[in-house]
Write a protein that binds this ligand. Structure first.
Ligand SMILES: Nc1ncnc2c1ncn2[C@@H]1O[C@H](COP(=O)(O)OP(=O)(O)OP(=O)(O)O)[C@@H](O)[C@H]1O
Length: 260
C-alpha cells in the first residue's frame, strides 16, 4: 500500500476507574489507503464505535496512535479537538441535528468557524450533492424525514471539504426503504470526491456494499482482515468470522422469506 491516509497503531481504549476497568479496544491496528473504504464489522459491544470515536478525536483517552498522512493526531487531552480533514457522520440523524436549528444554520456554522468564503454558494452546492433542493436550507429537522435528516448530516460533514469520513452505522436508524438510498448516495459521493471512508456497522450487507476491505472485530480486537470479494466468495478464515457470516446470511434469508 502507498502511504495510508488514516492509520490506527496499537490502539487501546479502557473505560472505568482502577477497580472496575474495562479494556474495550485491544491493540487495534489498520491502515487505510487514500480513496479506500474500510469497514469495521462485529456484533454489538465489540468496540467498533469506540475505535471510530478515538479516530474522530471525540475520545482522547486512548493508548497507541491515530495517524493522518503519517502524522500523529494531537493529543486531545489538552482540549477539545476536531479535525476539519476528518469528519464524522453519526448513526442517529434524529439525535445529531439540533431541533431548533434550521438547515441553513447547521451548514453555515462550520463554514463560519473555519472562515470559508462563498458560504451561500457552498450551502447550495452541498445540498444538491446530497440530493436535496437548495430550498431545504429553510427547513427545521422536524420538517424532514429520517432519510432527509441523514442527508443533511452528510452535507454538514461534506461542507468542511474533508478527506476522510468516519461513518458510524449511518443507515441503521433509518427505515429499510431508505437505507439503500443513503448507501448509494455515500458510494456516489465517495467516487465523486475521492474520499476515504472508515465505516462501522454490524451489518455485513452494508459493509460489503460500500467497503473494499473489512476488519472483523471480536471482543475489542480485529481478528481478521478480508476483502469484500473474499467475503462474497465465502473465503473467511477465522471460525468466528465464518459463524458471523453464516448468521448474517441466514438472517438475510429469513428476512427475504418474511417479505415473500
Ligand atoms: N463512554 C463509555 N463509558 C463506559 N463504557 C463505554 C463507553 N463507551 C463504550 N463503552 C463500552 O465499551 C464497549 C464497546 O462499545 P462500543 O459502542 O464501541 O461497541 P460497538 O461494537 O460499537 O457496539 P454498538 O454497535 O452496540 O454501539 C461496550 O461494552 C460499551 O458499553
Amino acid at each position: 500500500m502507498n502511504r495510508p491516509i488514516l492509520e490506527a497503531a496499537n490502539l487501546n481504549v479502557s473505560f472505568g476507574d482502577e477497580d472496575d476497568r474495562h479494556h474495550v479496544v485491544k491493540d487495534v491496528s489498520f491502515r487505510i489507503a487514500p480513496g479506500e473504504c474500510y469497514g469495521l464489522i462485529g456484533e454489538s459491544g465489540c468496540g467498533k464505535s469506540t475505535v471510530l470515536r478515538a479516530a474522530a478525536g471525540l475520545n482522547a483517552d486512548y493508548e497507541g496512535a491515530i495517524l493522518l498522512e503519517g502524522k500523529e493526531q494531537p493529543n486531545a487531552k489538552r482540549g477539545a479537538y476536531f479535525l476539519r480533514r476528518v469528519q464524522m457522520v453519526f448513526q442517529d440523524p434524529y439525535a445529531s441535528l439540533h431541533p431548533r436549528k434550521m438547515v441553513e444554520k447547521v451548514l453555515r456554522e462550520p463554514l463560519q468557524i473555519h472562515g470559508f468564503d462563498r458560504q451561500r454558494q457552498r450551502i447550495d452546492e452541498v445540498l444538491v450533492q446530497v440530493g436535496l433542493d437548495p430550498a431545504f436550507r429553510y427547513r427545521f429537522p422536524h420538517e424532514l424525514s429520517g432519510g432527509q435528516r441523514q442527508r443533511v448530516a452528510i452535507a454538514r460533514a461534506l461542507i468542511m471539504e474533508p478527506e476522510v469520513l468516519l461513518l458510524d452505522e449511518p443507515t441503521s436508524a433509518l427505515d429499510v426503504s431508505v437505507q439503500a438510498e443513503i448507501l448509494n448516495l455515500l458510494t456516489q459521493i465517495q467516487r465523486d470526491r475521492g474520499l476515504t471512508y472508515l465505516l462501522v456497522s454490524h451489518d455485513m450487507a452494508v459493509i460489503a456494499h460500500v467497503c473494499q476491505r473489512i476488519g472483523m472485530m471480536q471482543h475489542g480486537r480485529i481478528i481478521e482482515e478480508m476483502t469484500s470479494k473474499s467475503v462474497r466468495n465465502g473465503q473467511a478464515q477465522h471460525p468466528y468470522t465464518r459463524e458471523f457470516l453464516d448468521a448474517s446470511a441466514s438472517f438475510a434469508a429469513a428476512l427475504e422469506g418474511d417479505a415473500a
